[in-house]
Design a protein around this ligand. Structure first.
Ligand code: SF4
Length: 260
């Protein structure tokens, strides 16, 4: 677990301080240039597998050098509190979620305790988070189902997780990866953007990107790939003004609109 202050992120501080020396990378000068016929830019990943494997490996090597042990920035104590935090984080920042869950988990950090708290009091704790009404309802229903079907524990299986209110594939993947280390990728807005810009697994939908990433990312990087891509999207490859001039993978990036 990391502190929740984005501005003080150790990742951002490290990235600003150094540009990591990197292993030799394959030639990439023509990747994604306007008018490029490079297979990655066109989504034909299989057309140059060896070339692409080297480039993608270099991308993750550098991201790993920048943050060898990436973690979620959501603050949690155990599988249950992580699950609640992730449900609350939909379309909200980790910082805003942590501000709400700190006081909440201090008084109720089990499904039984949140059920005892009641929906009105839960809503008071989370009312600073976007969509808090619907989220409070989901958390109450999720707690009831956990108690009823799973003895109050968070299930280990994706299928069981996805039956819980407010829990979709992305949330299930976060829990499976963060708690149990499963090599799965949760595709949020940052992962989606970074994957497409870097042409690691171009895709039009989160599921297409997720499945493409599972095929494209070397096994040694799979467990932490999700966190590296989130951190890269959150602090460097920003949606509107990506920090390309200081980006550690700029020379590996085929995005035609990257900044010089
Ligand atoms: S060069 Fe720019 S667009 Fe490409 S990954 Fe880096 S920050 Fe993102």
């Amino acid at each position: 677990m990391l502190p929740s202050d984005d501005a003080a992120s150790p990742y951002r501080t490290r990235m600003a301080r150094k540009k990591t020396p990197i292993p030799p990378a394959p030639p990439v000068a023509d990747l994604g240039a306007p008018g490029s016929t490079h297979p990655v830019a066109e989504g034909r990943l299989d057309a140059a597998p060896e070339h692409e494997a080297g480039r993608i490996r270099a991308v993750f090597s550098r991201l790993r050098d920048a943050e060898p042990a990436p973690k979620t920035e959501l603050v949690y104590r155990d599988p249950f509190t992580l699950l609640v935090a992730v449900v609350l984080s939909a379309q909200a920042t980790d910082v805003s979620v942590n501000k709400a869950t700190g006081p909440l988990f201090a008084v109720a950090d089990t499904p039984q305790a949140i059920l005892a708290l009641g929906e009105d009091r839960l809503r008071d704790f989370v009312k600073t988070i976007g969509l808090y009404n619907a989220k409070a309802k989901n958390v109450m229903a999720l707690c009831a189902l956990l108690v009823e079907r799973h003895g109050g524990a968070v299930p280990r299986e994706r299928a069981a997780l996805e039956t819980l209110p407010g829990v979709g594939r992305k949330t299930a993947n976060v829990v499976l990866n963060t708690i149990w280390g499963d090599p799965v990728i949760a595709v949020d807005t940052h992962v989606f953007r970074v994957s497409n810009r870097l042409a690691i697994a171009p895709g039009a939908t989160p599921l297409a990107v997720e499945l493409g990433l599972e095929r494209a990312i070397p096994a040694e990087f799979m467990r932490d790939a999700h966190h590296w891509m989130i951190l890269h999207g959150r602090y460097t490859c920003l949606a509107r003004k990506p920090l390309c001039p200081t980006c550690p993978v700029s020379d590996l990036c085929p995005w035609p609109e990257k900044r010089p």
